[in-house]
Design a protein around this ligand. Structure first.
Ligand SMILES: *Cc1c(COP(=O)(O)O)cnc(C)c1O
Length: 433
């Protein structure tokens, strides 16, 4: 972090904003505007956005159609906040979700619960519901999993540093099991099965299993169809619910609307957040298999459930991008290929580096957090916003908008390549000294 970069910032941030602030530390400038996949700082510097609000901006910044629909809604005195009362915009969003997302995927059997507006609220609701339905406490989550920062979601999260924010230690009623590939060649399904079948293993019968189809924060580990089906089978056999946390891997990120689409499983509960509004507005929900919708009225409440402005932009996002599912999937597939080709060139520069992730949610494991952070820092100096992921931040991770123009995507990938070359040369120089 250089001082001239820091001077691009108003000192009020350091003076007044809590030390908990995070992303601003890796991208030390003040941003003023954003359009599509470009963010512009106060000093006029333009940055290509390979972070996309951690996949909250899958359609880029300030999409023209979402923006005009929202401006019109506000100008016409449309409802801004209505608790969870029936509103015209909620009806329109529900109908769009039903017709564009659920029905074409044979998912007519799901109901939609409006939770508090951030992802962790949807996870908390899923945990509560699984425990309420089964009368059991234990929930099985996985190594490197990330599910949010409130106490329940945090208890599911693997990262010790994140759990440290709550004073550290085990937060209770959760068993962490190895995700696919977490133990090299060991069959983790077999291991979990053994633990669950042995009544003296110390693992309590679970209320639910929760996993991410691709681990967003935990290093872009991507579960196979076989493993996902294996977990679904174990859940069924042991009377546990299957919760898929699709907050980061969903909404097109892995190539289809859902991260588990075409995997041959029917989760009991699916969380949605991040890009649900399409516009970067807070909005989360929980998809519930109809038979599990056993909530009593107001049993899970909250002031901000269903964000009316997000209903407007989220509906436009579905109509604009997903009404033609095949075209959208083909477009993501094309960009995913460009991404893979670009990242392969990066991986080739580094001994033992390899690609991770699936679809348009990919990165390169460069071996160490130091190198990954060096690459991301240099990339920022060259006009690219990109982050690391993984237990030791060892993965350089790309979360570009799904509609990033191909030439901008390629320019961003060129910057990653150049930043990697520089970082490696610098390391060589230091080693020679
Ligand atoms: C981001 C994320 C969450 C938490 O969402 P928030 O909106 O930050 O509360 C939960 N699960 C996954 C997989 C996520 O990526």
């Amino acid at each position: 972090m250089t001082t001239d970069k820091q001077s691009a910032n108003n000192p009020v941030f350091e003076r007044r904003e809590s030390e908990a602030r995070s992303y601003c530390r890796g991208f030390p400038t003040t941003f003023a505007k954003a359009q599509g996949s470009i963010m512009t700082a106060t000093d006029g510097t333009e940055y290509i956005d390979f972070l996309a609000g951690c996949s909250s901006l899958n359609y880029g910044h300030n999409d023209a159609d979402m923006k005009s629909a929202l401006v019109e809604h506000i100008t016409d005195d449309g409802i801004a906040h209505g608790l969870d009362m029936y509103t015209e915009e909620k009806a329109k969003w529900l109908e769009a979700y039903e017709n564009i997302v659920l029905k074409p995927r044979g998912m007519d059997d799901y109901k939609i619960m409006m939770t508090g507006p951030t992802g962790t609220n949807a996870v908390e609701a899923a945990m509560k519901l699984a425990r309420k339905i089964t009368g059991r406490r234990n929930i099985i989550s996985f190594t490197n999993g990330f599910h949010g920062m409130t106490m329940g979601s945090l208890s599911l999260t693997g990262n010790a540093g994140k759990r440290g924010g709550a004073g550290g230690g085990h937060l209770g009623d959760v068993t962490h099991m190895p995700y696919e590939g977490a133990m090299g060649d060991v069959d983790t399904l077999k291991l979990i099965e053994t633990m669950l079948n042995n009544s003296s293993s110390g693992v309590d019968a679970p209320a639910a299993f929760i996993f991410e189809p691709v681990q967003g924060e935990g290093g872009l580990n991507a579960a196979s169809k076989e493993w996902i089906q294996g977990i679904a089978k174990l859940a069924k056999e042991h009377g546990a619910l299957l919760i898929v946390d699709d907050i980061q891997a969903g909404i097109g990120r892995t190539g289809k609307y859902f991260g588990i689409e075409d995997m041959g499983v029917e989760p009991d509960l699916i969380t949605q957040a991040k890009s649900l509004s399409g516009f970067g507005l807070p909005f989360a929900c929980l998809l519930i298999k109809r038979e599990h919708d056993v909530w009593k009225p107001a049993e899970h409440n909250g002031t901000f459930r269903g964000n009316t402005h997000a209903f407007v932009t989220g509906r436009v996002a579905l109509e604009k991008y997903w009404a033609d599912k095949d075209a959208m999937e083909a477009s993501i597939a094309e960009k995913s290929q460009i991404l893979e080709d670009g990242l392969k060139k990066v991986a080739e520069l580094i001994p033992n580096a390899y690609l991770k992730g699936r679809g348009f949610m990919r990165g390169v494991d460069v071996g160490t957090g130091e190198l990954a952070e060096d690459i991301c820092g240099r990339a920022f100096d060259k006009g690219l916003i990109i982050e690391t992921s993984g237990a030791d931040d060892e993965v350089v991770k790309v979360l570009a908008a799904l509609n990033i123009p191909n030439d901008v995507l390629k320019r961003g990938l060129d910057i990653v390549l150049e930043a990697t070359r520089e970082a490696l040369n610098e390391n060589k120089k230091i080693a020679a000294e």
